[in-house]
Structure formats: C-alpha cells, structure tokens
Design a protein around this ligand. Structure first.
Ligand code: NI
Length: 192
C-alpha cells in the first residue's frame, strides 16, 4: 500500500512521536508499505510521522545515493524506537531535501558522527556508530520523530527567504509526482 506523504504545515510533523512495542498491529505490513511509499516518491528515508503516524519508526535505503556521490552507500535499515545517544565528529555541511517539503533543497550543518540505539524489524536491539551519509540520513529521519524538519536548521535569513515557498507547500501549491496530504488544502475543503 502506498501512503500519501504529509506536507509541511501539518501538525503531525511537529509532534514528538511515541515508542511502539511488539504488539503494534501489522508492523511488518506497515514497514513494507513504508518502503513502497518511499521508493514510489524517490526518497532515501521515510519516517512514520510523514505518513501521519506519530510513532518512532523510520526506514532508510541509501542505495539511490550511489548515483550522486562517488562511493557507493550500501545502507538499508529499519529503525524502531531509535535513540541517538551521542553526536560527535566535525560539523559537516550537506544538501538535504525532504519528501514533506518538496522542491526545497538546502545546505544543512550537522555533526558527522552519531551513536544510535534501536530495534530492527525482528526486534533485535542494536547499538551502532555511523558516520558520513548514513549518519546524515539517520539524523534527518530521527528529527522527524522529534517534530523537527530540516528547514528548522537553517539560518533566520534563509528561513525568511523560504517562507513563501513553505506556505505554498502547506497550501498544496507545489508540483509533486506523488500523493500528498496538504494541511491547508484540507481545511478549505471541509468548509464547503
Ligand atoms: Ni524528511
């Protein structure tokens, strides 16, 4: 099943997502559908809040990045109840985008290394150190669980310059080739 992606301005993108347990219904199906939805919209990562579920789950497949950067990135993983326990390394600037914020790509500074604890889809516990592209994508997806978007990391000036574009996204005035839920558009329809 392909989920529509929640667009900038939706309150669920601003919530702190909740941990889940082994009893969470149809988790395998949900994970499959998240991968499906991510591939369909050509993303490299997708967090549950982006499909309107406020739970601590995200999926990553960085293989498509191989076309854009010289060294191949073999990084595909499901993260359940993830917790970043350490951020280290140098500040690293990298251009990010987000399926919930289509048409905007901006340089974001983040630490180059992280240590993360999480469960995989088989409920095996992991503690791993990541750096480079994997650490970058994980930090972006992890932010979604905390109600943070990559544009929040930009300078006040950049944010001001992007304000109009972001409002357009919230109102559905943006070209995308995947299905989205636009918060402001929805409100308008209800009033009819
Ligand atoms: Ni994102």
């Amino acid at each position: 099943m392909i989920f529509p992606i929640v667009a900038f301005g939706h309150p669920n993108l601003r919530k702190t997502a909740q941990n889940i347990d082994k009893e969470y219904p149809d988790l395998d199906k949900l994970i499959d559908s998240m991968y499906e939805s991510m591939y369909q919209s050509s993303g490299v990562g997708l967090a549950a809040p982006q499909i309107n579920k406020s739970i601590r789950l995200f999926v990553i497949d960085a293989t498509p990045f191989s076309d854009e950067i010289p060294e191949p990135v073999d990084f595909k993983q499901v993260f359940i109840n993830a917790k970043i326990v350490e951020r280290s390394g140098d500040d690293w600037t990298f251009t990010e985008g987000c399926l919930s914020v289509p048409g905007i790509n901006e340089d974001v500074v983040r630490p180059s290394k992280i240590k993360i604890q999480y469960y995989d889809q088989h409920w095996e516990f992991h503690e791993e150190e990541l750096d480079g592209i994997p650490a970058r994508i994980v930090q972006h997806e992890y932010d979604h669980l905390e109600g943070i978007l990559f544009v929040d990391h930009l300078s006040a000036l950049r944010k001001t310059l992007l304000k109009g574009k972001l409002m357009d996204i919230a109102h559905g005035k943006v070209k995308v080739d995947y299905r989205m839920i636009f918060p402001q558009l929805k409100k308008k329809k209800k009033r009819k």
